[in-house]
Every structure is written in C-alpha cells, then in structure tokens.
Design a protein around this ligand. Structure first.
Ligand code: NAP
Length: 253
C-alpha cells in the first residue's frame, strides 16, 4: 500500500460511534494504524465500530467515553490517548452535536452546547495533541456547508462549523512550519443517524440524491477515503483547506 500504509501510526477519532467516525476508524485501523476513539452515549454504535474494525482486520481500538460539552473532557481524552499511545500522528475532530432551532429561538445554553462540542473541543484537543506530533502529523476537522450557507434550523451548528473552519486556517498557519497539516473535510449529505434529528430529513436526502452531479449521495466511506488521502505524504502540501466531498453538490447555483 506504500503511502497509504499507516502501520505504526497513532490515530484519535472523536465520535467513533457515529457513522462517519466508524468509517474513519475502519479506514485507518485496516491500514495498520492504532486507533483511539471516543463516544458519548451510543453503546451500540461503539460496539458496531469495534465489530467493523475486527472484521476489517484492524487492531481493537482504545475506547474513551466523554461528553465534549464538559470543559475538562478534552484534557481527559488527550490524557487517555497519550497514556495509551505516548503521542498521536493523526487527529480527527469528527464528533458533533447541536441544537437544531431557528436562530431567533436559540438560547445561550443551546449556543454554548453547540460551540463547546463542535468548536471548543477541536481547539482544546489540538492544543493538547499537536505538541506530540512530528513532521507528517495530520489534523482534520469534519465540517459542513452550513458554515457558509443558510440551512433551516442550522444557525447554531452552522456558526460552530464556521468557527471550526477559521480555527483550521489559523492552526494550519501555526503548525505548518512543523510539518503538520490542518484541514477540514466538508461532506455532502450523508445518511447517518445525525439526520434523524433534522425536521426536513426526507427532503434533504431526496434533493441531495436528485441534484448531486455524481448521481448519488455521499457515503461515510467516501469521506474516509479522502481522509486517507489527506493523511498520506501525497497530500503534504494541502494545508488549511476545506475540502468538499460531496460529488459536486456544492458547486451548483
Ligand atoms: N451526516 C451528514 O450529512 C454530515 C454532513 C456534513 C458534515 N457532517 C459532519 O460529519 C461529522 C460526523 O457526522 P455523522 O453524520 O457521522 O454524525 P453522527 O452519526 O451523529 O455521529 C456523531 C458523533 O459525535 C458524538 N457526539 C455527539 N455529541 C457528543 C458529545 N456531547 N460529546 C462527545 N461526543 C459526542 C456521537 O457520540 P454518541 O453517538 O456515542 O452519542 C457520535 O459518535 C460531524 O462533524 C458532522 O457535523 C455530517
């Protein structure tokens, strides 16, 4: 596998119990990496990831339970990861949550929850983990088009993703000189459990399937494949970018 062989690499994936997180754990674990994953409440999802990794021939993951809303959680996740691996090579900030409400109905509690889980944890974990990375280190944050577009009920999450993308650019500038790249991946609509909470789920899926130039919606595996590419030495000069993985959906007027 050459450049795509990650034997000996140490990876942290937040939100490993979710569908995209699972695909990331499988993609890196099956390429020889040692994987630590976090989860919050979905025991079945966590178990499904362990099973999928075993079936793909990956080493069993280190599993860390956390609520990234808590101020102390990121430090605890970093500590558990470093205790297991001594350092990390790749960090994926994939976990996300958020209150889906019209902007006019958002409370400061809704705002804090969404920003803390989606943006603050990314910064705190990067601050804790990047010092352990050598040249070739990779940091990737999962974002969405809601960062730059208006989507019904998505104001808080969209704002948190915009913050995340700005952090990606600033961290890229600061960590680039050390040979570490920091990028964001922006998937199109992926049919995961996250969509269950969207009032307009069926319509989202239907429109995405119909309008995507590539003729189908994006899968978790499509997203993980691009993460593999970005993690490889082949992508050493992709720095501070937000990469859309959406079959061309976001280029349409
Ligand atoms: N699905 C899409 O269409 C889509 C599109 C664009 C971007 N994305 C982005 O891709 C990423 C993964 O999305 P997904 O669709 O795979 O989501 P998902 O299936 O809902 O998974 C979300 C993950 O985040 C974890 N999580 C949620 N709240 C948490 C908290 N308070 N503390 C710690 N972990 C928490 C969940 O843990 P538990 O399940 O264990 O509680 C789960 O592992 C997210 O950043 C999302 O914004 C998704």
């Amino acid at each position: 596998m050459g450049e795509l062989d990650f034997s000996g690499r140490r990876v942290l994936v937040t939100g490993g119990s979710g569908d995209i997180g699972r695909a990331l754990c499988v993609a890196f674990g099956s390429r020889g990496a040692r994987v630590a994953m976090t989860y919050f409440s979905d025991h079945e999802g966590k178990r499904a990831t362990e099973v999928a990794m075993a079936e793909a021939g990956a080493e069993a993951p280190v599993v860390i339970r956390c609520n990234l809303r808590d101020k102390s959680a990121s430090a605890e996740v970093a500590e558990a990861t470093l205790e297991a691996f001594g350092g990390v090579d790749f960090f994926f900030s994939n976990a996300a949550s958020g209150v889906l409400r019209p902007a006019m109905e958002l409370t400061s509690r809704h705002w804090d929850w969404t920003m803390d889980v989606n943006a603050r944890s990314f910064l705190a974990l990067t601050q804790a983990l990047a010092p352990t990375m050598g040249p070739g280190g990779r940091i990737m944050a999962l974002t969405s088009t809601g960062s730059v577009r208006a989507i019904e009920h998505y104001a808080a999450v969209g704002a948190s993703k915009a913050a995340l993308e700005s952090l990606v650019r600033h961290l890229a500038m600061e960590l680039g000189p050390r040979g570490i790249t920091v990028n964001a991946i922006s998937p199109g609509v992926v049919d995961t459990k996250a969509l269950i909470h969207f009032p307009q789920r069926a319509q989202l899926l239907e429109v995405a399937a119909m309008r995507t130039p590539n003729g189908r919606i994006t899968t978790p595996e499509d997203v993980a494949a691009v993460a593999v590419l970005l993690a490889s030495p082949l992508a050493a000069m992709i720095q501070g970018q937000t990469i859309a993985v959406d079959g061309g959906y976001s280029i349409l007027a």
